[in-house]
Write a protein that binds this ligand. Structure first.
Ligand SMILES: [Zn+2]
Ligand SMILES: [Zn+2]
Length: 159
């Protein structure tokens, strides 16, 4: 049995429900995420856009420059400006900020990424994969998540 996760911004204008488990959960220690959050890392739930049901409010996109020259589209509550989720190029997959969940303790990272810029006082558990930069999802994601990703990235050819 699984219970749908819900979350939202600080003022309550934006509310969402995740209709399934995430594909994967990142804890990112990169400098972009540190700057954006004003903290040591960000925790992102990767999930298909159509499995994030926004039942209140319309988060507004803000394109934010990243150190590598690319931009990251961050969706914020139009009123309180709290960042709720991001897109990295592909609108089919959203990176939902775990801190906006009503119960942030309900998820834990599946991988720690960009540990090369991890703050030195953050101690990672041995039980969770950690990589200096990034990883190959075919090595870490469960088969079911890989299939789900393929399903949203591959255009349907019939019907
Ligand atoms: Zn708000
Ligand atoms: Zn990052």
């Amino acid at each position: 049995m699984s219970v749908a996760r819900e979350g939202g911004c600080s003022c309550g204008a934006v509310r969402y429900r995740l209709t399934s488990e995430p594909l994967f959960v990142h804890c990112c220690h990169c400098l972009n995420c540190q700057r954006q959050t004003g903290s040591a890392f960000v925790i992102n739930l990767l999930i298909e856009a159509d499995r994030m049901e926004l039942f209140s409010g319309e988060p507004q996109p803000v394109d934010v420059p990243r150190d590598d020259g690319s931009t990251q589209r961050i969706f914020r509550c139009p009123q309180c400006q709290v960042a709720v989720f991001s897109e990295y190029g592909r609108p089919q997959v959203r990176f939902v900020r775990a801190g906006t969940l009503d119960d942030p303790a309900g998820v834990a990272p599946d991988v720690h990424i960009f540990t090369r810029s991890k703050l030195p006082w953050v101690v990672l558990p041995d039980s969770v994969p950690a990589v200096e930069i990034y990883y190959d999802r075919h090595e870490l994601w469960p088969a079911e998540s890989l299939e789900r990703l393929d399903a949203v990235l591959t255009p349907a050819t019939d019907g």
